[in-house]
Design a protein around this ligand. Structure first.
Ligand code: EPZ
Length: 444
């Protein structure tokens, strides 16, 4: 294990100083974990490059190994997979991974193709809303899968094989789109998916599947057509960089009045983030290798910010950006339209001195599916508010990184507990804090 895994770990942070320096982001967590699942479909070895050292990669590696995939780790973030001996894992072994990630639900289609059955444990992942899997089960049934809900998880079979179908998603869910892709590529016949998610990580997964031999067309109106093929080969792929991590460090530069060069950050997948960063008053400079983000001094501007599915502003940037918005002058409005409960983390920011009020109404301008229901999914943020150190506990991955930013921006000392969770998606973040001159120590 190359990185600390203790969930109980705490950081004591002496904040109030700008973060300055250079760090690098590697492959996107939300592509790498799916690319690893795609190896289950391959009848030849696969090679994935740019893999970050994060615990989600460990979790998916563990599940793949249980299913007979041999994985070897090379230097510099390269993983090699030999999926030629895929086999059914023991239920008890799979169950030991229960609650650790949401990625196992994507094993369904590939395992049904390879083995004719699949067992999926109860899912984990961040508690930022209900996060049901109804879309996943609906589309799997449309392909011909039979789903048997058992106390310990789900058992799926496909007595007549998986057959291409026409699917329309109620909402452009990232996971359900990936479920369709990973199932349709080897289903008999053609699948047409309407209202698909089109996040850059999904486009990169499509690129991998095409390298393996899949036939997939993406139209401009959220329609993806997949012509099933009888077999898929291996792939060699360099993951797209992690734009969520890049945006998180950019928000840290803004909130701490700092200056951070993020090697690996790319302009196009971050276009909406860069628009928001500029409107707030942050400065950035793009070159071929990365993006430099900095606070130019003086006041920052309050803004109205709404999250949405791609090409909108991605929800995963919302939490780090909210910390930066506590330092803008005037009233900022945030409307979270992807998850019903992704603003709960702001309570602790209030205890650190931020002035944040949550609302059930849709405040950003566009009505969303959470309006007129009992979800506090909009926020008003009054600033600038000097933050002061506090004792805070990491609630989820992005909220956790946001607490680190708040503690680094705050005057005085903070104790941030449960930081192990942050390793799920932020590679070697303590090394990066060192590189940026943060003043902190680790306990636990
Ligand atoms: C992926 O989650 C990411 N996770 C999330 O990143 C990201 O926030 C999200 O996509 C949106 O971009 C991974 O890739 C592992 P969804 P996913 O299905 O696929 C509802 C992070 O911090 N929904 O697009 O689970 C759901 O409740 C994580 O890196 C259903 O109602 O997201 C949510 O409100 C957090 N039924 C909305 O759709 C379903 O069956 C979007 O979820 C599935 C989803």
């Amino acid at each position: 294990m190359l990185y600390p895994m203790s969930a109980a770990q705490s950081l004591t942070i002496n904040g109030g100083a700008p973060l300055r320096g250079s760090i690098e982001v590697r492959g996107a967590k939300n592509l790498v974990s799916k690319a690893m699942v795609a190896t289950l479909l391959a009848e030849e070895p696969c090679r994935l490059r740019g893999v970050p050292e994060i615990s989600d990669v460990e979790i998916v590696s563990g599940l793949l190994r249980l299913h007979g995939v041999e994985i070897t780790s090379e230097a510099d973030g390269e993983l090699r997979f030999d999926p030629t001996q895929v086999e059914q894992a023991h239920v008890a072994d799979i169950d030991a991974h229960a609650g650790s990630s949401r990625v196992p639900v994507l094993f369904c289609g590939p395992l049904l193709h390879r083995l004719g059955e699949a067992f999926i444990p109860d899912l984990g992942g961040c508690k930022i809303g209900e996060r049901p899997i109804d879309y996943h089960l609906k589309v799997l049934r449309e392909f011909g899968a039979v789903v048997d809900k058992r106390p310990e998880g789900l058992r799926l079979t496909a007595p007549g094989g998986l057959v291409g179908t026409k699917v329309t998603l109620d909402y452009p869910s990232v996971g359900a789109t990936e479920q369709v892709l990973l199932t349709a590529v080897r289903a008999r016949g053609t699948t047409e998916l309407k209202n698909a998610a089109v996040e850059p990580e999904i486009m990169d997964l499509i690129a991998i599947l095409q390298k393996m031999g899949a036939i997939i067309s993406v139209a401009t109106d959220r329609v993806i057509t997949i012509e099933g093929v009888a077999r898929l080969g291996g792939f060699d792929h360099l993951s797209i960089p992690d734009r969520i991590e890049a945006g998180s460090w950019a928000a840290a530069a803004l909130a701490t009045k700092g200056d951070i060069y993020v090697k690996g950050a790319q302009q196009l997948p971050m276009a909406q983030f860069l628009n928001v960063f500029r409107k707030v008053g942050g400065r950035f400079e793009i070159d071929d290798d990365g993006i430099r983000f900095w606070h130019p001094g003086g006041e920052l501007n309050s803004i109205v910010m709404e999250t949405n599915v791609h090409p909108g502003l991605m929800t995963d940037w919302q939490q780090p950006l909210v910390v930066a918005l506590t330092q803008t002058s005037g009233l900022s409005i945030v409307h979270e339209t992807v998850y019903e409960n992704r603003l709960g983390f702001t309570k602790a920011l209030g205890e650190m001195g931020a002035h944040i009020q949550l609302y059930r109404e849709c405040l950003g301008g566009s009505p969303c599916r959470f309006g007129a229901r009992n979800f506090e999914h909009s926020a008003g943020i009054w600033g600038p508010s000097p933050l002061k150190g506090a004792k805070i506990t990491v609630p989820d991955l992005r909220g956790g990184f946001s607490y680190l930013i708040a503690a680094l921006a705050a005057e005085g000392t903070s104790e941030v507990d449960n930081v192990g969770l942050i390793y799920r998606g932020y590679e070697r973040f303590s090394d990066k804090l060192d590189a940026l001159g943060a003043d902190y120590s680790v306990t636990g």
